[in-house]
Structures are given as structure tokens and as C-alpha cells.
Write a protein that binds this ligand. Structure first.
Ligand SMILES: [Zn+2]
Length: 490
């Protein structure tokens, strides 16, 4: 820049004095120009060489730097391997010395060997990520709310409000993998049944979209004539207003909007109902139930006798036929959705899937570790835990369960991230419960889920190279975060 400015000034000056100069002066100036041009060429060569040398230094510096994490991982694994071998040998020494002293039978020797092997398998993964779950608290919260729901049923016996049934634990805490650094929120789905004289008809919309997002629950009255005594009610359809005067109003007049069950009215009703049930249980004064304002669910905080606080979120759902799919009050996206919309939810089917895996695996809750690590390294990125959970469910059905044990932890984590990369590259991740023949038979799905084409959860990446590029960068980031977790433990 400085040189260019100097030449500009010089050119200006030459044009200014032009014709008045003599031949000698012109010759001097020509020589000066040649000299300056040489100087400039040298400057450019110098700059170019400097750039090249900088590039060289950068290349020299950064080529090992880009691999430092990989080298660290390898170093860490070697150390870890040595460490586990050392422990293994120590166990063997202890065992052999015990063997010399005692005269145990061969059969008895084999059992500890097998146990030792299992301990070693667990130890490896436990060093990296010890499993932390809230199983006991999950059971207690479920038990408490099952009792409260029993009381709710008694309160509602002569009314025509929906009948709440035994809650189902759903979501990350009940699946065991909630992000370790978050405060656990115990999520319960309370199935609602139609009261006497009413029928719920599920309206899944006309778009054919799966899972249905604009589904609604239409409330119909049914004739109960001839069953008055048995049902303890008068027929809403064929009784006069005078005859219905002493009977509670129908559900249509209480919690519906345009004949459809209203989520927000239902949530408000249930918030008052559960408080009423709590008061009837007569807990000690130290125990408290606080109901928070929430539009589509019932958010509660329960303080126990030891002043420990539990956050509980109650969702409502109406079961679709006898399947594991519910139309639920769960919010599916940010922003306001109509109060009569009950989106189709796979939350119960997901819990059932993980129960199915746990029942078949030797190490019952091993999958928890994978999901917890995924949720941990995923924090702040655009991939959703739902997407990673989908991948994990697919891999759990594709790879034999014994290959997920502790000693295979790194291989399986590598599989998960490699699979994610492949899915992003081809812009396709199939929904686990829609159009998938590999869903375990215990999970009961509606017919339309079974016969539908697979649903692509990565549809938003198709025709969007920018988002796909971002997603691939996030996969790199996930790999870096996993490496950091392995090396530094965080
Ligand atoms: Zn009737």
C-alpha cells in the first residue's frame, strides 16, 4: 500500500513538470524509475516468499495440531488398556493365590472367572461414563401419582368429566437417559377415558400426515336408554332438560370447544382436580404440592418429607384403539397450536421399546449410557435428542444386544456417530415407528403406521446444501466432543 501510494505521487509529479525538464533530468528520472521498479519487484518477491514460509509454518504447526485429539485418544486408550490389564492381572493373582490355598472344585472356579469377565466389561465403560439413573425416584413418583389418580377417580364418580387412568412414565427420565446436568422432570402420561354416556372419536385429519399433527378428539353422546340404573345416569340424548336438571352436565358443556375435547380446558380442570386429591391424602405439613401455570399440561413440584423437590409434568392422552400410540397434549413445536389439537404421540411406544431391550439384555440398562453420552455431547447443537434416539433404536435392532456391552462402548459410540454422518450425507433418517418392519412385535402400532412409506426425519436437509453442510460440521463437532469427553472426562 505504501509503495503504491509513493508511485501515485511520483506519477502526479512527473506529469506536472513534464515539458520543462531537460534531457539530463529526464535520464536521471528514467534511471530512478528503473531502480524503483527493481525495488518493487524485490518487495513483491519478498512478500510472496514470506507468505509461502508462513503457509509452511502454518502447515507444519497445524498438521499435527489437527490430529492432536486423535493422538490423545489413542494415548488415552493405550493407557486405559494398560490400566484394565493391570487390574485384570491383579484379580487373577488374587484368584490364583486363593486357589492354591483352598481346594475348590473346577465348577466353582469357572463361576468367578465368568463373573470376573463381566466385571471387566462393565469397568471399561464405567470409567468413561458411569450410568446415573433415577429409577428409585421414578418408581416413587409413579406410585404417588397412581394413588392420587385413584382418589381423582373417586372424586369424579358422579360426574361426566374424562376418567383419568393409571399414569405411564414417559420421556427421558423414565427411559433412563435424561441429560446428566439437567434437573430431572418426571413426565407422566395420564390416559383419559370417555365418561359414561360419551364416546371419544379420534379425528386424525385429512392430510394423511404421520404422525398426525392436527388430530383432534371429537366427543359424542351415546344413548344410554335402558341402562339408566346400571350406569346411574339419565340418557343425555333422550331425556328432557327437566329430567337432566339434577344430573351433572355432559362433558360437551364442560371441557369441549365445538364438540372437540379442549386441551387447555382439560389441563386447567386437571390442575384443580389433582390439588383436590392431594389435599384429601392428608400428607404431613412438610410435604407440599405446587401447581404451576401451564397451558397444555399440568406442571407440578412436589416437596417430600425431607424437603427434596421433584418436578413432575403430567400430559394427557387418549389411546388410539388398543395401540401404543396416543393423541396427547404434548407440545410438538414452539408456538401456539389450537387448543383442540391433540398430536399423535409415540412416547409410550418409545418407553416400551427400551423396556423390550432391557428385558432381553444381560446388562439391563446398558443402553442408558449411550443415550446419556449422546444427550451430553449434543447440548447446544441443532440435532435433536429425538433424532439421536431414533438412530439408537435403529442400531439397537440391527446390532446384536450382546455387542453393546461395556467393552464395546467405544465401537458402538463410533457406530452411532458414523451412522449419523451417513444419514446426513444421504439426507435420510427414517422414523422408527412409521413404515419400519423391524419394530418389535410387542409394540402395537396402528395399521397406517405399519403400511405407510418410511418417514424421513431429515427431510429438512433435502434441497438445502447449507443446512446439510452445517449438519456435517455438527457431526465433526460431536466427534470432537466425544474425544474431549474421553480425554478430559467433560
Ligand atoms: Zn337414549
Amino acid at each position: 500500500m505504501a509503495l503504491a501510494f509513493f508511485f501515485a505521487l511520483l506519477a502526479q509529479r512527473v506529469s506536472f513538470v513534464g515539458d520543462e525538464l531537460d534531457a539530463e533530468t529526464l535520464e536521471r528520472m528514467r534511471q530512478r524509475e528503473v531502480f524503483l521498479q527493481e525495488q518493487m519487484t524485490q518487495q513483491w518477491l519478498y512478500i510472496e516468499n514470506l507468505e509461502k514460509s508462513r503457509m509452511g509454518i502454518r502447515a507444519l504447526l497445524f498438521s499435527p495440531l489437527s490430529y492432536w485429539k486423535i493422538w490423545n485418544v489413542i494415548l488415552f486408550l493405550v493407557l486405559l488398556f494398560c490400566f484394565t490389564r493391570k487390574i485384570y492381572k491383579k484379580f487373577q493373582d488374587i484368584r490364583s493365590s486363593t486357589d492354591e490355598e483352598s481346594s475348590v472344585s473346577k465348577m466353582e472356579q469357572q463361576e468367578p472367572e465368568q463373573q470376573q469377565e463381566e466385571e471387566e466389561d462393565l469397568l471399561f465403560a464405567d470409567l468413561i461414563w458411569p450410568v446415573r439413573t433415577h429409577q428409585t425416584n421414578c418408581r416413587e413418583v409413579h406410585l404417588l401419582f397412581s394413588s392420587l389418580i385413584d382418589i381423582c377417580q373417586n372424586i369424579l364418580v358422579d360426574t361426566f368429566y374424562p376418567v383419568p387412568e393409571c399414569p405411564i412414565g414417559v420421556g427421558s427420565v423414565y427411559e433412563g437417559w435424561y441429560p446428566a446436568e439437567n434437573i430431572p422432570v418426571f413426565c407422566l402420561l395420564v390416559p383419559l377415558m370417555a365418561p359414561h354416556g360419551h364416546v371419544f372419536r379420534l379425528d386424525l385429519g385429512t392430510t394423511g400426515q404421520l404422525p398426525a399433527r392436527n388430530s383432534r378428539i371429537r366427543v359424542h353422546l351415546e344413548c344410554t336408554c335402558g341402562r339408566e340404573q346400571q350406569m346411574g345416569m339419565r340418557c343425555f340424548l333422550h331425556s328432557s332438560k327437566k329430567q337432566l336438571r339434577n344430573q351433572h352436565p355432559s362433558l360437551l358443556k364442560e371441557l369441549c370447544t365445538d364438540s372437540y375435547l379442549d386441551v387447555e380446558k382439560t389441563a386447567r380442570w386437571f390442575q384443580a382436580l389433582i390439588k383436590d386429591a392431594w389435599d384429601r391424602m392428608r400428607f404431613p405439613e412438610e410435604c407440599e404440592l405446587n401447581v404451576e401455570e401451564s397451558g397444555r399440561s399440568c406442571r407440578l413440584s412436589v416437596t417430600d418429607f425431607y424437603k427434596q423437590v421433584f418436578l413432575v409434568n403430567i400430559l394427557f392422552g387418549v389411546q388410539q384403539d388398543n395401540t401404543d400410540i396416543f393423541l396427547s397434549s404434548q407440545e410438538i413445536e414452539a408456538g401456539k397450536i389450537p387448543s383442540t389439537t391433540w398430536p399423535q404421540s409415540c412416547a409410550v411406544a418409545e418407553v416400551k421399546f427400551f423396556q423390550h431391550v432391557a428385558a432381553r439384555a444381560e446388562e439391563s440398562n446398558f443402553y442408558v449410557r449411550y443415550m446419556q453420552v449422546c444427550a451430553y455431547i449434543l447440548a447446544g447443537l441443532n440435532f435433536s435428542t429425538c433424532e439421536l434416539k431414533t438412530m439408537l433404536m435403529q442400531l439397537l435392532t440391527a446390532i446384536p444386544l450382546e455387542s453393546w456391552q461395556g467393552k464395546y462402548f467405544l465401537q458402538r459410540m463410533d457406530d452411532i456417530l458414523h451412522y449419523l454422518r451417513c444419514c446426513v450425507e444421504v439426507n435420510r433418517l427414517n422414523h422408527f415407528f412409521i413404515g419400519n418392519e423391524d419394530v418389535p412385535a410387542e409394540i402395537i402400532l396402528p395399521q397406517e403406521f405399519q403400511v405407510s412409506k418410511p418417514l424421513n426425519l431429515f427431510e429438512y436437509l433435502v434441497n438445502s446444501p447449507v443446512r446439510q453442510k452445517q449438519a456435517l460440521e455438527e457431526v465433526d463437532e460431536l466427534q470432537d466432543r466425544l474425544a474431549s469427553l474421553l480425554i478430559y472426562g467433560k
